[in-house]
Design a protein around this ligand. Structure first.
Ligand code: UD1
Ligand code: CA
Length: 467
């Protein structure tokens, strides 16, 4: 049977008090509606129609052409929203899943089980429900004495008896596609909010004698609808647990899952160990057998197998295999470390490639540079890549030795095996295997230290006498 999905994402989300449209708020780094789209795709829905309205362009841009779109120009309710998909899906035969764009925790397994049940029971509609300790804000599922679902009543339309029901509508449904669009024709807006409710379709089908089934969630937290920032925080916490558990199941050790923040798009190899306070974002990809953290903050960063990255901020960086980074390193965009590279404390690297086995152990800035293999960059040595207007490149050949506190004024090229003496300010290229020294020659004045001291003492005493 053909499976389709309609994702409701046209609302503004006033209760979020935000400039960002509700369904674009990220949960573990991915917009809520992105989680929902992934879920319906994983549940093998062939056609996915997203109803857009508020922020339509922004939502479409974020989701791309992985879905079809229908515009709901005015937000007249969830039933009205689904109606906007009629020109696209109205003539299809099959099952249509309707799901809210603000329920990011509904899992693909849940949707699949629900669809199977819907087919097995030959239902016209199946609604996903959950029993909540506090059902406030959700639609209540009203069942008859025989347990059959009669209708759904919105919070604002509830009688006190209905308000006491703790089984809620999760906002996810399966419908027979034809019956859905037919029933929507009879939905009115005569209710507390003056909206066309999708939930009324359940009562309409039931009254017509059609079979309405319900699928009760084992884990009610999947049903969380994110209407405000409190629910957003809760969804984030639950999603984080889910993401962390998936990595643990794949063989990743998290020393303290509760203080490990891994976004949904991150991949991690088996036998990697993650210490607390670590934040892994975006498309970060960590290899096997790594040690990450404590307190590593890596965004869109690739780390090769066997590397250690401690107390480091990485953005758009690539770290090779068996590297040792940190503590307190800053890898900025365009950083590319080869294999076996050491980047130590208080080192900043930007737009620079560093060859295999090279060491930048302490207090260096390496920007806009191409550094060869087996190079040693001494403590405090830096590239001066910027003249206030232009960025220039520093090239350092294989096995070169850059002494401590050297300034390499770009553009400049240090040849293979060359030796730059500590404290040098290098403005001219250094050829292969040459030694460069660019600093004032040392002069020692015997006994002069005492002379300096007596002079300084005299000045101080004179001042004290005057005051
Ligand atoms: C809705 C359900 C409620 C259920 C809850 C589950 C209705 C009438 N109520 O309530 O029974 O318990 O979800 O989370 O369906 N939207 C549109 N166009 C509109 C209105 C809403 O696209 O005109 C979208 C919103 O962007 C949102 C979703 O539909 O993603 C749900 O709308 P929302 O206003 O959050 O409904 P709830 O009050 O949460
Ligand atoms: Ca909602």
């Amino acid at each position: 049977m053909k499976k389709m999905a309609i994702v409701l994402a046209a609302g503004q989300g006033k209760r979020m008090k935000s400039k960002l449209y509700k369904v674009l708020h990220p949960v573990c780094g991915k917009p809520m509606v992105g989680h929902v789209i992934d879920t319906v795709r994983d549940a093998s829905c062939e056609r996915v129609v997203v109803i857009v309205g508020h922020g339509a362009e922004a939502v479409k841009e974020r989701l791309g052409d992985g879905a079809e779109y229908a515009l709901q120009a005015q937000q007249l309710g969830t039933g009205h929203a689904v109606m906007q998909a009629k020109p696209l899906l109205g003539s299809e035969e099959g099952i249509t899943l309707v799901i809210c764009g603000d329920t990011p925790l509904v899992s693909a397994a849940t949707v699949e089980a629900m669809m199977e049940r819907h087919i097995r029971e030959g239902a016209a509609a199946t609604v996903l429900t959950a029993k909540m300790d506090d059902p406030t804000g959700y639609g209540r599922v009203v069942r008859g004495d025989d347990g059959a679902v009669l209708r759904i009543v919105e919070q604002k339309d509830c009688t006190p008896e209905e308000a006491a029901i703790n089984e809620i509508n999760a906002g996810t449904y399966c419908f027979d596609n034809r019956l859905l669009f037919e029933a929507l024709e009879s939905v009115t807006n005569e209710n507390a909010q003056g909206e066309y409710y999708l939930t009324d379709v359940i009562g309409i089908l039931q009254k017509k004698g059609k079979r309405v089934a319900a699928s009760l969630l084992k884990d009610p937290s999947e049903a969380i609808g994110v209407n405000d920032r409190m629910a957003l925080g809760e969804a984030e916490r639950l999603m984080r647990q889910r993401v962390n558990a998936a990595h643990q199941a794949n063989g990743v050790t998290l020393i303290d899952p509760a203080s490990t923040y891994i976004e949904a798009g991150v991949t991690i190899g088996a036998d990697t160990l993650i210490y607390p306070g670590t934040v892994l974002r975006g498309s970060t990809a960590i290899g096997e057998d790594c040690v990450i953290g404590p307190s590593a903050d890596l965004t869109d960063t690739i780390v090769g197998a066997g590397s250690t990255v401690r107390q480091t901020v990485g953005e758009g960086a690539v770290v090779g295999e068996d590297c040792n980074v940190g503590p307190f390193a800053y890898l900025r965009p365009g950083t590319k470390l080869g294999n076996g590279v050491k980047v130590g404390d208080f080192v900043e690297i930007k737009n620079a490639s560093i060859g295999d086995g090279t060491k930048v152990p302490h207090l260096s800035y390496v920007g806009d540079a191409v550094v060869g293999k087996g190079v040693n960059i001494g403590c405090g040595a830096i590239t001066a890549n910027y003249d206030g207007y232009n960025k220039s490149v520093t090239e350092i050949g294989d096995n070169a030795f850059i002494g401590s506190n050297a300034n390499l004024i770009a553009p400049v090229k240090i040849g293979d095996g060359a030796y730059v003496v500590a404290g040098s300010t290098i403005t001219h290229n250094v050829d292969e295997n040459d030694l460069a020294i660019a600093r004032a020659r040392q002069v020692n004045k015997p006994g002069y230290a005492d002379k300096i001291r007596s002079r300084a003492k005299a000045i101080k005493e004179k001042k004290n006498g005057e005051s």
